[in-house]
Write a protein that binds this ligand. Sequence first.
Ligand code: NAP
Length: 333
Amino acid sequence: MKAFIVDRYGSKDGVRAGEMPDPELRDDDVLVQIHAASVNPLDLKIRDGKLKLILPYRLPFVLGNDVAGVVVRVGSRVRRFKSGDEVYARPDTDRIGAFAELISIKEGSVAIKPKSISMEEAASMPLVGLTAWQTLIERANLKAGQKVLIHAGSGGVGTMAVQLAKHLGAIVATTTSTANVDWVKGLGADVVIDYRKDDFETVLRDYDVVLDTLGGEVLEKSLRVLKPGGKLVSIAGPPDPDFAKDMGLPWAMRQVIRLLSRRIRKSAKHHGVSYSFLFMKPNGDQLREIGSLIDAGAIRPVVDRVFPFESTMEALVYVEQGRAKGKVVVKVR
Ligand SMILES: NC(=O)c1ccc[n+]([C@@H]2O[C@H](COP(=O)([O-])OP(=O)(O)OC[C@H]3O[C@@H](n4cnc5c(N)ncnc54)[C@H](OP(=O)(O)O)[C@@H]3O)[C@@H](O)[C@H]2O)c1
């Protein structure tokens, strides 16, 4: 099959178009003919080898973490899907490979594609939709009437998180640059801070939850907009000991991770709030619930650009520039 392949880590030329063997089909897998895939900053981090201690892929491997397509075969133990089903998924973390013609995915990570959207829109959803779900609902337990700050409301995660938080009945503040202020209000945000003009830290206070998608200085400042007992959940800041334990990392790695997040955990304690890092997980059941919200019109996919399959490398470059409004998709067939 045709695929975009990483031969070696750490080089921009490290991804190439080429041929790979068709994926093996395990008993609990569905084999999906890929119609569309979407690009995530995670693809760039994996390509550059930044996550190789946590996610060790055997080289060469196919890149890509989000798919929509049609089931063409199922393993002997698969009960929920059959050939011809239109599906979408964030493939399992240890078996990625969305920039290709075919992928095998564990049944439990797959869901039927929402009927009201195209393959390209469906491919834009899984990773960011699940991230929004797992941070706001599972981790932060966000409730109607609570105040949440979502950083980078115009990004892939931000566009989903703003819509989901509004659907939950929360009061939503977000940050974006001048050109995107009105556009992000259109997604439902109640308060939009133009980060080029204003400092969110001086404008917002007494928030229940902050979803940090940026890390660094933004992470530190976010502590100060929370009320006592508030929750800072980060997907871009330093990983914490619970994450290391959950990933089953070896003792030495767990100690390194403990040190990496020591400062922010200490500051959080000092401010009387909590800090946690979240690494999203594939989940077919949650994806089904997200699909229902899409078909009900409660949230909608936000696609910035669609690139043809041959231009996957250009799609990666576009995302790397960090200015995407919503998601960048590759149309595979
Ligand atoms: N841990 C996890 O499970 C997990 C899951 C998903 C994503 N992530 C990580 O989360 C981060 C965000 O992912 P993404 O897919 O949302 O990225 P993205 O779509 O590439 O983000 C681009 C957006 O970021 C905005 N932005 C850039 N700098 C900003 C700033 N200082 N303040 C506010 N907005 C800013 C840009 O808006 P402007 O053009 O207006 O600046 C742009 O719309 C990445 O680092 C990604 O790897 C982690």
